[in-house]
Design a protein around this ligand. Sequence first.
Ligand code: NAP
Ligand code: ZN
Ligand code: ZN
Length: 346
Amino acid sequence: MTTVAAYAAPAAKAPLERTTIERREVGEFDVLIDIKFAGICHSDIHQAREGWGDAIFPMVPGHEIAGIVSAVGSGVTKFKVGDRVGVGCMVDSCRECENCRAGLEQYCLKGNVGTYNALDKNGEPTYGGYSEKIVVDENFTVRIPDGLSLDVAAPLLCAGITTYSPLRHWNAGPGKKVAVLGMGGLGHMAVKIAHAMGAEVTVLSQSLRKKDDGLKLGADHYHATSDPTTFEQLRGSFDLIVSTVSAPLDFGAFLSLLRPDGALVNVGAPEEPISFNLFSLISGRKTLAGSAIGGIRETQEMLEFCAEHGIGAEIELIGASEINDAYERVLGSDVRYRFVIDTATI
Ligand code: NAP
Ligand code: ZN
Ligand code: ZN
């Protein structure tokens, strides 16, 4: 075991504070990663505050990890010391079920092992990226292409893949009208990626506050959902809406913006259930779907795509002592567009 410094929530809703945790010895198929940067995802906040139900404490959040390999186990073939690597939301899965075999480890029938707030196969709690080092199986480690700086690459490990995967699956591309609902961490990545895929991109944000940014990031149009005329004007116009909103929404109102056969894909994970009238799906043969992160193979593919298109996250780099303030700003939709922790400050 190696003792490393980390930032942890000692209990639900308690502020995060500096502490130390134990990392396992580097096993045969493990890589030891010196973490350089860790993004703050809204999911970190949902979990640190037990918004999704019972959680494991102390909790070291962080599943947008970018760093450098500093040691490898004897059986490791994919990585060597000095490689630039990333770790996202999962550190293991059963690897045998039909979903794992299809590269959909996020939908493992036995449940994937989360990077934090989970128990690994030995029953030990997992700890995430707000720390100096992490030990991860090479099969759950991805390579960060040379063209991407580690700080702007870190958020791709969750925000990037969570938006890339549904945009690919629902065929965002030339001739497709795609709306991105909510322009925070996930939303701004969805704008960049959908634009790079060739789609016509519209942002639907609560206000026009971030309009200039949205247009610069690749949006063709930008509308405020607080303005009722938005819903009249855009009625029946989108092939695909990706909702990245962290709070419950009136899905009926947003379904009315789809064309017949259009899909509203929800990736946001609000803490409360929602209710809506099913007639908003029936009229127009519409689909309401969900999507969780992406598999390991697809995460690597997304990183190559982002490197090829010069896409990184728009980040605000912070020191570890600013984590609690950053959480409050994320909760207030005051993030442009991802907080990233410089882990040298832990
Ligand atoms: P974020 O940076 O806080 O962005 C969420 C955005 O939603 C905000 O910037 C805001 O956009 C909008 N919003 C917030 N509250 C709202 C409200 N009450 N009404 C309408 N819009 C509101 O969060 P994030 O890190 O992108 O994560 C977004 C959600 O996705 C979270 O629930 C997170 O847990 C979830 N998530 C899911 C997956 C997955 O695999 N499915 C992966 C990662 C994260 P505007 O200011 O533009 O309105
Ligand atoms: Zn996340
Ligand atoms: Zn499985």
